[in-house]
Design a protein around this ligand. Structure first.
Ligand SMILES: [Zn+2]
Length: 212
């Protein structure tokens, strides 16, 4: 295989391969598996690996301006990110003094309307979380803890509105079902029949959770 990968051996029984949003490939396998068997496994998976790596590469290349903090997403649209002596979310640009200001700025401008929206959807679904908060997370969009407190990543304000709504529904469904079982996805589909497409759309933006 032409790609380099990280190999993690452990007491597991089977071999698996995963690819991160940043195109880091990780292979997990049992202690005793031979090099030849690993190569054979990767050869069998090569078409899938190639497809995922290429899709990631295209997405990352289209967003190098975001990764390098020259642009920033807001409601699914890119705006210029301008270093300035003011902090402002304007219609045509986002002004900040330093990168760390983004979280506070987005929360200040968007939290009220967002919390109102979550409450409306929660009432519509008849699912009531213990509380709703907004935090900064790496590698995830939201979280429902064992006490049914919901937390959303502040980067949710960067997502297109339909994708954001899907994340809200997804997390609210976790209040009733704390895993990603078939029953969970059935529940999600009851409230959002297009969830598969929205889930795929969300994965395009997953890299954002590693940028800030
Ligand atoms: Zn989930």
């Amino acid at each position: 295989m032409q790609y380099s990968y990280k190999l993690i051996r452990s007491p597991r029984k089977s071999i698996s391969v995963s690819i991160s949003n940043q195109n880091e490939i990780t292979v997990r396998c049992p202690w005793s598996l031979s090099k030849a068997d690993i190569i054979k496994f990767l050869d069998e998976k090569s078409e899938w690996i190639e497809k995922v790596v290429q899709n990631n590469a295209v997405r990352l290349a289209r967003n190098d301006d975001v990764i390098e903090h020259r642009s920033i997403y807001f409601n699914g649209k890119k705006l210029p990110l301008i270093m300035s002596d003011k902090t402002e979310l304007a219609a045509d640009a986002v002004y900040i003094k330093k990168i760390d200001d983004i979280e506070g700025l987005y929360k200040k401008e968007c939290s009220d309307a967002f919390l109102k929206q979550v409450n409306e959807i929660s009432e519509m679904m008849l699912i009531k979380p213990a509380s709703i908060g907004i935090k900064k997370y790496k590698g995830r969009w939201g979280c429902c803890d064992s006490k049914n407190n919901l937390y959303f990543n502040f980067m949710i304000f960067m997502l297109p509105p339909d994708v954001r709504r899907y994340v809200i529904i997804h997390e609210l469904c976790h209040v009733l079902c704390h895993n990603h079982s078939q029953a969970f996805w059935k529940l999600v589909s009851d409230y959002e029949p297009d969830y598969r497409e929205l889930k795929k759309k969300l994965s395009y933006y997953d890299f954002l959770t590693q940028v800030y």
